[in-house]
Design a protein around this ligand. Structure first.
Ligand code: ADP
Ligand code: MG
Length: 430
């Protein structure tokens, strides 16, 4: 008998969120150690999980993210010069030093390496967007958003940076987490997206940054990715005896970035063949005819049909889910079953038409459904990352266990789990 481990091989492992006090303590201790002085404050921004509306953002459609209780924490002190000094636990031995007057987009001489691009990139982007000049700063980062898990650890870095810089530079655009300046935050989102696109070179849409800055606790964020308009949709999962279980597959397929680009390119091509700016302009009623035209358009007609069908039906599913959640009735019975059906249909469309799932995502979703989830789907960009399952609060453990067992049967590495409580947007903690 072995006493080496207290947990059985099939015990699911949950990634806990740091409490606000723990986040402040961790970021502050790191700041003291690195810079030997007091920070001006500690700011944070959450990761996100998207409930439905996948690969719709760059098509001008709707998404429905929630902010996670898992956050990036940043202790920061304003400097009087143009120097930026950065430290994170992953790079504790070294403090990275940058010059705001020298940094520039990826592929230029001022290119900024690795995670520094997300943080210094925000300062650069604020200035590019006419909100500067901003001062230099020293910052220590401590995040508990799983890195690269499709839960937007990158947007959490940008969000924490932008609310900190907003305050120490007196831009007056963020407000507080409790009383956010939403119009101001919409402008800050633009700079965060610019940092990610141009400095980090990741061609993502704006959903992640909008979620991190514009969600509200107890709500999902209906985000119109074309107009930037948002609406808070009540989502009191605990009150309904439910939980949203996040399954981090820990899988990251190496071709993910290229595939993401090729999906975007296919959507742009389909839109152009159909004579619209963005696929959001194709209504469900006009879809059959649009698909016929795409089918006949050339060699890649069959591919364009599938991609377009996903986008148009996904936008409609998002509208339907928002309507259900907004009807003022309890999330139970037939309504709960309908919500689950929409989540399931979203995954099936992403698997069959958008072809952006992977075995780890499909096995997680199938196992969760078989173990009693009302609905389950992949979330985020796909090709790895995370899935979500809507389950009874008291069934979380049992569903997670079923996923772990299915992974063991398939020979996959163990997944990790998070409890996705709809949480507050970026703000200040201390
Ligand atoms: P996701 O946003 O889904 O987690 P991305 O690939 O968009 O995945 O972003 C992950 C990147 O964000 C990492 O490679 C790293 O550069 C940066 N990052 C996120 N969290 C941290 C952290 N705590 N410390 C340093 N870098 C981080
Ligand atoms: Mg990201």
């Amino acid at each position: 008998m072995s006493y080496e481990s207290t947990s059985a091989p099939h015990d699911p492992v949950f990634s806990p969120a740091l409490s606000p006090d723990e986040g402040v303590a961790a970021a502050t201790a790191l700041f003291h150690e690195a810079f030997d002085c007091e920070p001006d404050g500690v700011w944070y921004a959450p990761g996100r999980v998207n409930v439905i509306g996948e690969h719709t953002d760059y098509n001008g459609g709707l998404a429905l993210p929630i902010a996670l209780p898992h956050r990036a924490h940043m202790a920061l002190r304003r400097r009087e010069d143009r120097t930026i000094r950065l430290v994170s636990p992953q790079t504790r031995e070294t403090i990275d030093v940058l010059d705001l007057d020298q940094i520039g987009p990826k592929g230029t001489p001022g290119e900024v390496r690795h995670w520094n691009a997300y943080v210094a990139g925000v300062a650069w982007a604020l200035e590019q967007d006419g909100l500067g000049p901003v001062s230099g700063f020293d910052a220590a980062l401590y995040s508990c958003v799983p890195l690269g898990g499709g839960l937007s650890s990158s947007a959490a870095l940008e969000g924490a940076t932008v609310v900190a810089l907003d305050e120490v530079n007196a831009l007056g655009l963020a407000g507080s987490a409790e009383e956010p300046n939403d119009a101001g935050r919409e402008r800050l989102v633009t700079s965060c997206v610019r940092a990610e696109n141009e400095m980090a070179g990741a061609p993502t849409g704006g959903m992640d940054q909008s979620a991190s800055l514009r969600c509200q606790a107890g709500h999902a964020l209906e985000l119109d990715c074309r107009s930037g308009q948002v609406r808070q949709v009540p989502l009191d999962l605990a009150g309904a005896g439910l939980a949203l279980l996040v399954i981090d597959t820990k899988a990251k397929h190496s071709h993910a970035d290229g595939q993401y680009g090729s999906r975007r390119a296919a959507c742009e091509k389909a839109a152009s063949l159909l004579g619209v700016d963005l696929l959001v302009e194709v209504s469900p009623e006009a879809l059959p005819q649009a698909l016929e035209r795409l089918e006949a358009s050339g060699e890649d007609g069959a591919e364009l049909v599938k991609r377009t069908r996903h986008v148009v039906t996904e936008i409609q599913r998002t509208k339907d889910l928002v309507a259900l959640l907004s009807d003022g009735q309890a999330l139970a019975g037939d309504k709960l079953a309908e919500v689950g059906t929409l989540l399931n249909a979203s995954h099936d469309s992403l698997r069959d038409d958008y072809e952006c799932t992977c075995p780890e995502l499909d096995v997680a979703v199938d196992a969760a459904r078989a173990a009693g989830a009302y609905g389950a789907r992949m979330t985020g960009g796909g090709f790895g990352g995370s899935a979500i399952a809507l389950v009874d609060a008291d069934a979380v453990e049992q569903v997670a266990r079923a996923v772990v067992q299915a992974y063991a049967r398939e020979g996959f590495g163990a997944p990790a789990f998070l409890d996705a409580v709809p949480s507050a947007p970026a703000g200040r903690l201390a």
